[in-house]
Design a protein around this ligand. Structure first.
Ligand SMILES: *Cc1c(COP(=O)(O)O)cnc(C)c1O
Length: 391
C-alpha cells in the first residue's frame, strides 16, 4: 500500500502487514501453557530473551498479538495485557513505587484504585497525595521531592469530569515524574493520552476494548522500557491474561472504531434528549455544550464516549422507579459494551462514600449513570423516554 493503514485498519489485520502466503485469516489461539525447545541451549536462550514461546506466564503468541494491537491503537511502542483492569493498574503502580516514595492520585478515580491508594500503598510505606481532576494547577502543590508517580483518570466516573491531560503531563515531565492514566472511559479511539505526553496508558480492557461483556482483561501501553519493567513484575505477581480471553479481546478490538463511533453518537443523542426533558435536572456529558469543560473535551476527545449521567428530579425514589421501568437498558455495572447498562452510583459504585463526600463529588441521590450501547438510537431514546413517563 502507498499509505500506512490507520490503527483501526491494522486492528482488523492482526496488527501488522498482510502477507500473500497460505495462512488462516483468523489468528490461531495458543492454549499451551508451555513450549518445547529443540534442546537445553535453546531453552536457556528462550528464557533469557523473554520469548513468548517459553512458558505462558512469561509470554504467549496469542497474548503478544493482543499486545501488538493495543500498542498500535494507543500509538505507543509497546503494551502488556493483564488478567483484569485492576491487575494492570496495581502491577503498574507496584513496578513504579517502593517504600519511602510518594505518589499523587487524582481524587476522582475508580473505586478499586482509590482503595489501593488509600489503604494498601500506605501499608507498604508509600505516602499518597491527592489533587482534583478539574484543577490542573493544583497538581503542582501536591507534588513533593519524592513523588514517583502521578496518576490520572479521564473522563471520571460518574460525573464525566475531565483532566487537562496535556497540561498535567507537561507539569510532571518538567519535574521528571512518570505519569499514568486510566483511559478506560475514553478508549483509544476517543483519546490517545500517550501522544499528549502521558508515559503509561492503562485500560480496563473489560470495557470498550473487549466490548461484549464476555471477558475480563487489562492493558498498559507505553515506551518499551516502561512496559518491560512492568512486565518483569507481572511475571512474578502473575496476573496474566488467559489466552482464551486474549483471543476474544483481539476479536473485540477489530470493531473498536465502529463500536465507539456508534457509542459516541448514541450517547450524545440520549444526552441531548435528557437535557431537554422536564423530569431531568443536570446532565453530565463532555460533548454537551453545557459541560463546564466542553472546550477541553473538544480539544482532547474525538467523541464523548458511551457513558453519561443525569440527575432525576425527585431524588433516589424516582431514580429507582426510572431504572425499574426500563425495558431495553439493563440494570448492571460495567460500561463500554454493545448493550446499554444502568447503575445508580449512590447505591453501588459510590455507596462507601459518606453522603457529605458524595455531595462534594457532585453525586446526588437521584444521579443515574447510563452506559449507552450500540443499539439503534431511536430504540434507546424510546426506552428512556418511556421510563421517564413512569416517574
Ligand atoms: C472497570 C474499571 C476498572 C477495573 O477494571 P476490571 O477489568 O474490572 O478489573 C478500572 N478503571 C475503570 C475506569 C473502570 O471502569
Amino acid at each position: 500500500m502507498k499509505r500506512k493503514p490507520t490503527p483501526a485498519t491494522r486492528a482488523i489485520h492482526g496488527g501488522g502487514p498482510t502477507h500473500r502466503v497460505n495462512q488462516p485469516v483468523v489468528p490461531p489461539l495458543h492454549l499451551s501453557s508451555t513450549f518445547e525447545a529443540r534442546d537445553i541451549d535453546e531453552q536457556v536462550a528462550l528464557e533469557e530473551a523473554k520469548a513468548d514461546t517459553f512458558y505462558t506466564r512469561y509470554g504467549n503468541p496469542t497474548l503478544s498479538l493482543a499486545e501488538t494491537v493495543v500498542a498500535d491503537l494507543e500509538g505507543a511502542e509497546a503494551a502488556a495485557v493483564f488478567g483484569s483492569g485492576m491487575t494492570a493498574i496495581t502491577t503498574t503502580l507496584l513496578a513504579h513505587l517502593k517504600a519511602g516514595d510518594h505518589a499523587v492520585f487524582q481524587r476522582e478515580i475508580y473505586g478499586g484504585v482509590h482503595r489501593f491508594a488509600r489503604e494498601i500503598l500506605p501499608s507498604y510505606g508509600v505516602s499518597v497525595g491527592w489533587f482534583d481532576a478539574v484543577d490542573a494547577a493544583g497538581v503542582e502543590s501536591a507534588l513533593q521531592e519524592n513523588t514517583r508517580v502521578l496518576y490520572l483518570e479521564s473522563p471520571t466516573n460518574p460525573t464525566l469530569k475531565l483532566v487537562d491531560i496535556e497540561r498535567v503531563a507537561r507539569i510532571a515531565r518538567a519535574r521528571g515524574i512518570p505519569t499514568l492514566i486510566d483511559s478506560t472511559f475514553a478508549s483509544p479511539f476517543n483519546t490517545r493520552p500517550h501522544e499528549l505526553g502521558i508515559d503509561g496508558v492503562l485500560h480496563s480492557a473489560t470495557k470498550y476494548l473487549g466490548g461484549h461483556s464476555d471477558l475480563l482483561a487489562g492493558a498498559l501501553a507505553g515506551s518499551r522500557p516502561l512496559v518491560s519493567r512492568v512486565k518483569s513484575y507481572l511475571r512474578v505477581l502473575g496476573g496474566i491474561l488467559d489466552p482464551h480471553a486474549a483471543y476474544l479481546l483481539i476479536r473485540g478490538m477489530k470493531t473498536l472504531e465502529l463500536r465507539v463511533t456508534r457509542h459516541n453518537e448514541n450517547a450524545l443523542e440520549a444526552a441531548r434528549f435528557l437535557e431537554g426533558h422536564p423530569k431531568v435536572r443536570a446532565v453530565h456529558y463532555p460533548m454537551l455544550e453545557s459541560h463546564p469543560q466542553h472546550e477541553l473535551a473538544r480539544r482532547q476527545m474525538k467523541g464523548g464516549g458511551g457513558v453519561l449521567s443525569f440527575e432525576v428530579a425527585g431524588g433516589l425514589g424516582e431514580a429507582k422507579k426510572f431504572a425499574n421501568a426500563l425495558e431495553l437498558v439493563r440494570v448492571a455495572p460495567s460500561l463500554g459494551s454493545v448493550e446499554s447498562l444502568l447503575s445508580i452510583p449512590c447505591l453501588t459504585s459510590h455507596a462507601m462514600l459518606s453522603p457529605e463526600e458524595r455531595r462534594r463529588a457532585g453525586i446526588g441521590d437521584g444521579l443515574v449513570r447510563l452506559a449507552i450501547g450500540v443499539e439503534s438510537p431511536e430504540d434507546l431514546v424510546s426506552d428512556i423516554s418511556g421510563a421517564l413517563e413512569e416517574i
